[in-house]
Design a protein around this ligand. Sequence first.
Ligand SMILES: [Zn+2]
Length: 267
Amino acid sequence: MNEILRVQKLGQNHGGYFGETIDIRAVLREIETAAASRGWTAEVFHSAADFDWLALHRPARTLTPPRTVHISTGLHGDEPAGPLAALKLIQDDGWPDAVDVRLLPCLNPLAFLRNQRTNPDGIDLNRDYRHPQSAETRQHIAWLERQPAFDLYFCLHEDWEAHGFYLYEQNPDRRPSLAETMITAVRPVCPLDLSATIEDRPASGGIIQPVVFPPERPDWPEAFYLITHKSRQGYTLEAPSDFPLSVRVQALTAALTAALRQAAYNQ
Ligand SMILES: [Zn+2]
């Protein structure tokens, strides 16, 4: 018998995110400690206002060529589930051996101090990846330029007005899709947004496969930079932030864990 998912919308988000917030300084300290004790290396690629921007690396544990993965989150300071999901993924330590992971747990820490989308200068970093104005984005791109290409990228976000979890897929070469795998993994833990249109784009079963032409768009999100310069397949995951924070963290971690297992299996 199918279990009925009894998770209700909180009804708190009117015109923005009004749910639980996090102490980002404490969360980042926990992330650094948990990563160090599980064999990750940490690189600081930017510092400002007593914060270090961390890039964590967990090499694959196989001799065969691994799947290389870039996971990033914390780009919007009113989306706390992303950094918490990064922490949980590190603590759970369920990474497939054949996956080489670079994990950037918080790309916009100063925004979390004010529970706001933009950086302190009012820049939406997720529109700043073509002609970057912010130091945060410039330093992330400088770091990316020193990295190898990635087989996959995952950008972890939240949407304050979503009716459930959904995701965007970029897969121009039509490689084996991981979208359904993620939706199936999320279904038991978090409602899905099954709307036919999400954010003005056609959607089906919680999956948006937008047709995009990055050269025609002036204000690139991070995913446009990644799909243009670093990868040929990637996903932007959107947890619905009008649901309890623990549910959204579970949704993001369940999706990512399932996707990486499938990617390692497809190898
Ligand atoms: Zn976001």
